[in-house]
Structure formats: structure tokens, C-alpha cells
Ligand binder design. Structure first.
Ligand SMILES: [Zn+2]
Length: 82
């Protein structure tokens, strides 16, 4: 896999995707793995589309966005959106 932003090779390591220039991303986040499209938008635009299949600690489903802050990926809930 190549990084859609800088074209570097993206390393897969211990459950993470790592682009040495752009990001460190967990493969599995809140019970799901990102689709190709979600990963692309996250890397290119800094945010995924709304994802409705996250699973919380108690097993309940919830909706949210993943956003890129610096090189880290954080979760944002729809109510926190600007
Ligand atoms: Zn990159």
C-alpha cells in the first residue's frame, strides 16, 4: 500500500499502518477496520466520513468520525463537529 498523500510506502507493523511522513494508524479501531475509502479520506482530508459501525467497550454501537491530529488519529463524535 502507498500513502495517498505523499506516495511513500506504508509499513504494516504490530497492528498499525505507518507512513513515515504522515501518520500512524491502528488497523483496528473501536471494533472495526477502515475501508480503503475511509482510510484515503482520513489521510487526504484529515477526516473520515461518518462511520456508523464502531463498537464501544460495553458492546454498544456508536457513530463517529476519525480525525487526524498531527500524526495521530482521534475519535470525534457527531455532536462535537464544528
Ligand atoms: Zn505519507
Amino acid at each position: 500500500m502507498k500513502c495517498p498523500r505523499c506516495g511513500s510506502f506504508v509499513r504494516e507493523e504490530a497492528g498499525y499502518y505507518i507512513c513515515k511522513n504522515c501518520f500512524i494508524m491502528k488497523k483496528e479501531v473501536y471494533g472495526t477496520t477502515l475501508t480503503e475509502r475511509e482510510r484515503r479520506e482520513l489521510i487526504l482530508y484529515g477526516e473520515t466520513p461518518l462511520i456508523t459501525r464502531f463498537i464501544g467497550r460495553n458492546g454498544e454501537r456508536f457513530h463517529g468520525y476519525l480525525c487526524k491530529v498531527g500524526e495521530h488519529i482521534v475519535l470525534r463524535f457527531p455532536s462535537m463537529k464544528r
